[in-house]
Design a protein around this ligand. Structure first.
Ligand code: AMP
Length: 191
């Protein structure tokens, strides 16, 4: 299974990514987590990424693409992977197409979690209290929603046109949402 989990910041992607990937026995690859790990350990990549992340902007495509290419070349990702937070721009979609084609495989599904915008801001402000992420201040939260709408929402139509898109209601208890995602993916696997 090679799949993407998409959704606006605060839709619960990270939580769902881990459950879904576990169930399919594939790694959940979160670009945000990889960037944060690099920021914590003070690598050059982390230093570069941090200034964009703190402002709620996207890290440049070349940097992000290179990082994902290296990650999906690792042995655990050979049988499949779930991408959480990538691709986020049309240029990243093209890059990912190239990476997957190179391995002789294809993308199986793109799941989009849908949540209404007011709910999202509330969830993010809550997360700011519990996790204390540097990019969870109100201004940055709003900027991240704008960037998502401008740069990432257009990807939904691209994947819909390819018949890969599965929209899942992201509102509700965590395990309810997980079950909805499984049900939708099981239908894909059997078709
Ligand atoms: P996330 O944890 O997925 O919300 O990502 C946190 C931050 O990392 C984003 O706001 C971006 O600054 C950066 N980031 C994560 N994934 C990408 C990506 N695919 N392209 C560019 N920037 C990214």
């Amino acid at each position: 299974m090679r799949m993407i989990l998409m959704g606006p910041p605060g839709a619960g992607k990270g939580t769902q990514a881990k459950y879904v990937a576990d169930r399919f026995g594939i790694p959940a690859i979160s670009t945000g987590d990889i960037f944060r790990a690099n920021v914590s350990s003070g690598t050059e990549l982390g230093l570069e990424a941090k200034r964009y992340m703190d402002a709620g902007e996207y890290v440049p495509d070349e940097v992000t693409n290179h990082m994902v290419r290296n990650r999906i070349d690792e042995p655990d990702a050979v049988p499949g992977f779930l991408l959480d937070g990538y691709p986020r721009t049309l240029a990243q979609v093209e890059e990912l197409d190239g990476m997957i084609k190179f391995t002789g495989h294809s993308l199986d599904a793109v799941v989009v979690l849908t949540v209404n915008p007011e709910e999202l801001i509330g969830r993010l402000l809550q997360r700011a209290k519990t996790e204390g992420r540097a990019d969870d201040t109100e201004d940055v939260i709003r900027r991240r929603q704008e960037v998502y709408a401008e740069q990432t929402e257009p990807l939904i139509d691209v994947y819909r046109d390819r018949n890969l898109l599965i929209e899942v209601d992201g509102l509700g208890e965590i395990d309810e949402v997980t079950e909805r995602i499984f049900a939708a993916l099981t239908a894909v696997k059997q078709s």
